[in-house]
Design a protein around this ligand. Structure first.
Ligand code: NAP
Length: 383
């Protein structure tokens, strides 16, 4: 068993994908911290006099936002967290339960959902929780979830709306798998699932009596993508399935970039509908966090990676990494498009490619076309 695992690790290290992760992902996270550092330096009273006026190296302005809660005495807000059975999703569900939200926890395993409820209740016995078993990589399962959630809201004494949707569920798959709808499993879960769920839950977000917030959990790894295709073959991941060696690092980065482009285009569409003053679309990048995300990477390598990252002071616990997600979830109105990173309400800029409006529109169209032939197409166009 040990020998087999070591062989697997050896082959993994010999792949280009491993080096892409080891080198380019490290540069990407360092670049994100560099942005924070640059901004804090330019704002520090101590260093301000030393920095030349209009110096492009230090002209970056850090924007941070306070947290606020949509509480009124008349109703209890509802928050939906996907991938809430582990890591960051679990930490986010716990934090929001402490804020007084009714937290709808979404996960694909019934047993893990029950364990999650127990874990949160152990630390916060007043938590209001409701679990739904959903496979986000299946359009049928997402549609069923929307119907069950709506019915549950109608049957409960809650207002029939949701105030926060956190699209957190995600995987880093190291081998190629196909979803029931024929998409690549990683793109299907990380991007298409979030797109479909947001589309279906939009009416519930729109009917909120207070402003609502959609948070897409993305990653610094999106910075590695410099050239992007948004044809249906790429968006569905079918193009990658034909590769001899599954380019898992490329696909993970791509799926996270898609989430950012999707968020920007969704914000634009909400502006066109005149709803942008009511629904915020924000992005959260937790940094490098010790969770189960690397479960498919040979254990000896993920252990080594965590040791090195800890030494470099780049590794966070889920309780700490969740800060950017909670900052985004509780961000005030007018923060749409903000990219939360580093906690304390701080934001930075995502990559230039992710801010390409034309690309975002094309991705939106490709994804809608792709989904039009699934049962989601029959659900009508709620965008
Ligand atoms: N950890 C990091 O360093 C890091 C950095 C940047 C961004 N992120 C992002 O943060 C998010 C959370 O990841 P994590 O680090 O907390 O990883 P994690 O511990 O592996 O948690 C992922 C969660 O997503 C759920 N999930 C996976 N596939 C699903 C599906 N088809 N349907 C429903 N739920 C599904 C998992 O459920 P099961 O337990 O049943 O598999 C689990 O609850 C991901 O989007 C990830 O890309 C993480």
């Amino acid at each position: 068993m040990l020998v087999k695992e070591l062989w697997r690790a050896f082959f993994f290290v010999c792949s280009l994908q491993f080096w892409r992760m080891a080198l380019l992902w490290t540069f990407s996270i360092l670049f994100s911290y560099y942005q924070l550092f640059k901004a804090s330096l330019s704002q520090s009273q101590l260093f301000k006099p030393l920095i030349p006026e209009n110096c492009p190296l230090f002209s970056y302005k850090l924007v941070s936002y306070p947290r606020c809660s949509p509480f009124t005495s008349s109703f209890r807000p509802v928050c939906v967290v996907t991938g809430a059975t582990s890591g960051l999703g679990l930490a986010a569900a716990f934090e929001l339960s402490k804020e007084g939200y009714v937290v709808v926890i979404v996960g694909r395993s019934q047993q893990l959902l029950l364990e999650t409820i127990r874990k949160i209740k152990d630390q916060n016995e007043d938590a209001h929780l409701k679990a739904f078993q959903v496979d986000l990589s299946s359009i049928e399962s997402v549609i069923k979830f929307k119907m069950s959630l709506q019915q549950w809201l109608l049957d409960s004494e809650l207002h029939c709306s949701i105030q926060i949707l956190i699209n957190n569920a995600g995987i880093l798959a190291t081998s190629s798998r196909v979803t029931a709808d024929g998409y690549d499993q990683m793109i299907g879960t990380n991007y298409i699932g979030a797109f479909a769920l947001t589309k279906l839950l939009l009416p519930l977000l729109k009917s909120s009596p207070v402003s609502s917030n959609i948070v897409n959990v993305t990653s610094f790894t999106h910075r590695v993508v410099t050239d992007m295709q948004v044809d249906e073959g790429t968006v569905s991941g079918k193009r990658f399935l034909r590769s001899i060696r599954y380019p898992f690092a490329d696909i993970y980065e791509y799926s996270k970039l898609c989430l950012i482009l999707f968020s920007y285009e969704l914000h634009r569409q909400l502006c066109l509908m005149g709803k942008s003053h009511q629904i915020c679309v924000t992005l959260a990048d937790p940094g490098v966090v010790q969770t189960n995300l690397m479960r498919e990477v040979p254990r000896v390598l993920s252990w080594l990676a965590f040791c090195v990252l800890k030494r470099l002071r780049l590794l966070k616990s889920p309780e700490c990494g969740v800060d950017s997600i909670i900052d985004a979830a509780l961000a005030p109105l007018g923060t749409s498009r903000a990219y939360f990173f580093g906690g304390k309400g701080r934001t930075i800029n995502p990559s230039a490619v992710s801010q390409n409006a034309k690309l975002a529109r094309e991705l939106w169209e490709s994804t809608n076309n792709l989904l039009s032939i699934t049962p989601l197409g029959a659900e009508g166009n709620d965008w």
